[in-house]
Write a protein that binds this ligand. Structure first.
Ligand code: NAD
Length: 373
């Protein structure tokens, strides 16, 4: 029997992405999947219903999910949709929501197993599934463009008949996936770029993209390739090393995150006050509170001559490519779940085990439900 896959239309305000795009549907049918899509799912990014060739469009969300084996979404579905899902079905989506305890209860009530797209382990075998990376790369690309449109100056050196203009100085703080892409874009636009991170291994990565690394002397490597939170003493050491570079920057892009914690503050109000008039900060960590003391998530504020932009859900602004990469991440995940046309997840696989929230077909005593506790 075909594996029934349902794709939801996103309902969260400001979410323009969709979990499946026409280009990937043919690959799903080759995996012996029957795909149904909620009518209007692609409307926010300009994909008409009839572009989803090979899929069946369904108007009513309850009908759509009622007999689906796998439900695909970007954001966590609302309670009504979860309640309408078949018991024991699989749900694939991001689960970063303040409402997670309630959602866990709803998943448990319907015996739904959720594969959380933000929990893909950072190992090479899982790179093609890694939705945090695919979306962060796009956000990082976008940040210098957003910042550039708020500057009263250009990024590259320009020689004109009237005289020469110096290139802008860009400082990128936090050199993970997004930060490295931000460096690459800022360099392509002709800026002089500096970068800084608390993981020293980022020094070479920054250099290979043409950015100068700001040495802070702090090594805050944590587990799984992530950074750990800094101690108060380390914060002081970093601030002392970074302040002078902030004062010289025209555009600052912050991307720092620590797993399971609010975004660390990298720029205090005092440091921001010391920046050049006309300087711009783009805070890519706004979704988790922001890296700058002046950031107002979702807003652009002007304080003491500088502009602080703290956009939410940046990948949604690049919904076409963000959806395409997300859909490919999901396809690669489904290739792991579907064996010879059968849905046969191996819950001992370290990738699936890390992503899994909720019950699976195991004796109750062996279940690991810590993630939904
Ligand atoms: P992230 O979003 O967790 O954080 C962004 C950056 O902020 C990180 O580089 C982190 O070191 C930095 N940071 C944290 N606190 C900071 C502070 N106080 N000051 C300055 N910088 C600070 O990072 P990410 O983009 O998710 O990447 C995390 C790690 O995972 C990296 O080592 C990356 O190379 C690795 N990664 C591996 C794979 C894979 O192998 N499949 C895929 C993606 C990322």
């Amino acid at each position: 029997m075909m594996i029934r896959i349902a794709v939801l239309k996103e309902r969260e305000s400001g979410e323009r992405r969709v979990a499946m795009v026409p280009a990937v549907i043919e690959r799903l049918t080759r995996l012996e999947c029957a795909v149904t899509i909620e009518a209007g799912a692609g409307a926010a990014l300009g994909i008409a219903d009839d572009a989803f060739a090979g899929a069946t469009m369904v108007d009513d969300v309850a009908t759509l999910v009622a007999d689906a084996d796998i439900v695909l979404a970007v954001q966590p579905p609302n309670p009504e949709t979860l309640a309408a899902m078949r018991e024991g079905a699989l749900l694939v989506c991001f689960t970063q929501t303040a409402d997670m305890p309630a959602m866990s209860d709803r998943l448990a009530a319907r015996q739904i197993t959720c594969l959380a797209m933000e929990r893909v382990p950072r190992i090479s075998r899982a790179q093609s599934i890694d939705a945090l990376s695919s979306q962060a790369a796009l956000a990082g690309y976008y940040a210098p463009l957003l910042g550039a449109t708020h500057l009263g100056r250009i990024l590259p050196r320009m020689t004109t008949a009237a005289g020469s203009l110096r290139p802008a100085a860009v400082l990128v703080m936090g050199l993970g996936v997004a930060g490295l892409q931000a460096i690459a874009t800022a360099r392509r636009l002709g800026a002089v770029v500096e970068g800084y991170d608390v993981r020293p291994e980022t020094r070479d990565e920054a250099a290979s993209l043409g950015a100068r690394f700001v040495e802070t002397g702090v090594d805050a490597r944590g587990e799984g390739g992530y950074a750990r939170e800094l101690t108060p003493e380390e914060k002081q050491t970093v601030a002392a090393a970074v302040t002078r570079h902030l004062q010289a920057a025209d555009l600052v892009i912050t991307t720092a995150a620590v797993p399971g914690r609010p975004a660390p503050e990298l720029i205090s109000a005092e440091q921001a006050a010391g920046m050049k008039a006309g300087a711009v900060i783009v805070d890519l960590a706004a979704d988790s509170g922001g890296n700058c003391a002046l950031s107002q998530p979702g807003e652009t504020v002007h304080r003491g001559g500088i502009t602080v932009i703290a956009p939410l859900n940046v990948p949604s602004r690049l919904a076409e490519h963000a959806s395409e990469l997300y859909a490919r991440n999901i396809l690669n995940l489904l290739e792991l779940l579907i064996v010879d046309g059968e849905l046969a997840p191996d819950w001992n696989d370290e990738v699936l085990a890390a992503m899994r929230l909720g019950p699976v077909d195991e004796p109750a005593g062996q279940r690991d439900n810590t993630a939904i506790a």
